[in-house]
Design a protein around this ligand. Structure first.
Ligand code: GDP
Ligand code: MG
Length: 139
């Protein structure tokens, strides 16, 4: 994946609450092109692998349980400066601190059930996109 791409998930609470369309609309209106898209149910094992980087953090067990509690929507997104611009579009991890106009301000319920994931670096965008999508699913 090139450096103009990032990776996102619409998390279980937002999928459950029928916000897939609203969130994808904010993403497209934010100037991102959808490269890859799928709805998928993570097992606890797969969620644990995805968030392995956080395994020493106190909320890891809760996060794995939450992310495997219902289907998510995974997507690779493309835009100039994708990683940083997408972090701006989603807003702060804690929705109480998320800026107006951000996806988390509009849709997040709590610091855990915060509606969307966004990669934090180009390297992780590549790793995370490849976690869900084969090469012939990324165009
Ligand atoms: P992000 O990059 O903004 O998603 O935040 P992090 O990488 O720090 O954390 C990953 C995910 O773990 C967050 O999006 C939340 O779903 C969850 N999380 C982060 N901090 C906390 C916390 O203090 N408590 C709980 N329960 N979950 C958290
Ligand atoms: Mg993160």
């Amino acid at each position: 994946m090139a450096t103009n791409r990032t990776f996102t998930m619409i998390k279980p609470d937002a999928v459950q609450d029928n916000h897939i369309g609203g969130i994808l609309q904010m993403i497209e209106e934010g100037g991102f092109r959808i490269v890859s898209l799928k709805k998928v149910q993570l097992t606890a094992e797969r969620a644990g692998q995805f968030y392995e980087v956080h395994k020493e953090r106190p909320f890891y067990g809760d996060l794995v349980k939450y992310m495997s509690s219902g289907p998510i929507v995974a997507a690779i997104l493309e835009k100039d400066n994708a990683v940083a611009d997408f972090r701006t579009l989603i807003g702060a991890t804690n929705p109480a601190q998320a800026a107006d106009g951000t996806i988390r301000k509009k849709y997040a319920k709590s610091i855990e059930a915060n509606a969307v994931h966004g990669s934090d670096s180009d390297d992780n965008a590549q790793i995370e996109g490849d976690f869900y999508f084969a090469a012939d699913e990324q165009f």
